[in-house]
Write a protein that binds this ligand. Structure first.
Ligand SMILES: [Zn+2]
Length: 300
């Protein structure tokens, strides 16, 4: 667990020419055999930067900024999602108090509309969250770190599946079903389709968190941040265990309150990691800005 491999420096041969297989970090142009020092013939980036290993500070600044905007978007979407869930809970308690005096009929109509609006808002926050993950797992331009590719791709696949399933589920629940049958007496197939879509969405979000944490571990090596690497390594197993334990505890009577707190604890743990990632990527971006001097990125 202690090993943190240093990025390999690529050897340059005696004639000071770029060795085989080296591509430009900015545009991916094959730099093989070009003389040093010099610029990339395609985009003008100094060739030296492409020989400096996998550290993010030597990659394309636009790429690092894209990663940072992904991390920030995930954090913001989590906060917005939290606000919606709290508003929903408060409204569910308060609405009947206001509606009871007016009699059942109108109240049910208002409640139906309210539930539907809340459903679409949750979908919006969910899609923003998934778009954040999609951005955070953008492919590195130019040279691709081969051992990090699998988890990066798995993160993207899980985000895409979760997005498709959540959209289908929301469309189904708040657009199609009310059109076909109204809200009362839904047919069994509707229930099972809902449940199926929900379970696939849930499984892909779980998969996204696991693959995402492993992807972030790779990214942490390229910052480099030992602290972030450890944080992601802990969350990759602890949070799923917490969630599964919380899910099971809901089934029992005495431990049910643990089932409520488990997702909150997991969300806080994930949030602190992504927030820190955003800060560390900001430090890398600052380091790359030529006018700002060169303070080293935060090392935890
Ligand atoms: Zn180039």
């Amino acid at each position: 667990m202690e090993a943190r491999p240093e990025p390999p420096m690529i050897p340059v041969d005696h004639a000071a020419r770029v060795p085989g297989g080296v591509c430009c970090v900015s545009c991916g142009y094959l730099l093989e055999n070009l003389p040093l020092p010099g610029p990339c013939p395609e985009c003008g980036t100094a060739i030296g930067r492409s020989l400096a290993g996998d550290l993010l500070r030597f990659s394309d600044p636009r790429y690092v900024k894209r990663l940072r905007s992904g991390a920030r978007m995930i954090c913001n979407a989590m906060l917005v999602g939290l606000v919606i869930v709290i508003a929903q809970a408060v409204a569910f308690v308060m609405l009947p108090l206001f509606l009871l005096p007016t009699g059942g009929g109108a109240g049910r109509g208002v409640l139906t509309v309210f539930v539907s609006i809340a459903g679409w808002l949750v979908l919006g926050a969910m899609l923003a969250f998934l778009w954040g993950w999609w951005t955070l797992s953008s492919p590195a331009p130019g040279r691709r770190p081969p051992d990090g590719e699998r988890m990066r791709r798995a993160t993207r696949v899980a985000a895409a599946v979760a997005g498709a399933m959540s959209t289908l589920q929301t469309l189904f629940a708040y657009a199609l079903v009310p059109l076909v049958t109204g809200w009362r007496n839904p047919a069994p197939w509707i229930f099972w389709t809902q449940l199926g879509l929900g379970l696939i969405a849930l499984a892909s979000v779980m998969g996204l968190w696991i693959a995402g944490m492993l992807h972030l571990q790779r990214l942490a090596l390229r910052i480099p941040s030992r602290k972030l690497w450890k944080m992601a390594g802990f969350r990759v197993w602890f949070c799923p265990v917490l969630m599964v334990g919380g899910g099971l505890s809901v089934l029992t009577f005495y431990l049910a309150c643990f089932g409520v707190f488990a997702p909150i604890v997991a969300a806080v743990l994930y949030y602190t990691l992504l927030n820190r990632l955003g800060d560390e990527l900001t430090a890398v971006v600052r380091w790359m800005e030529p006018t700002q001097g060169s303070p080293a990125p935060v090392e935890g």
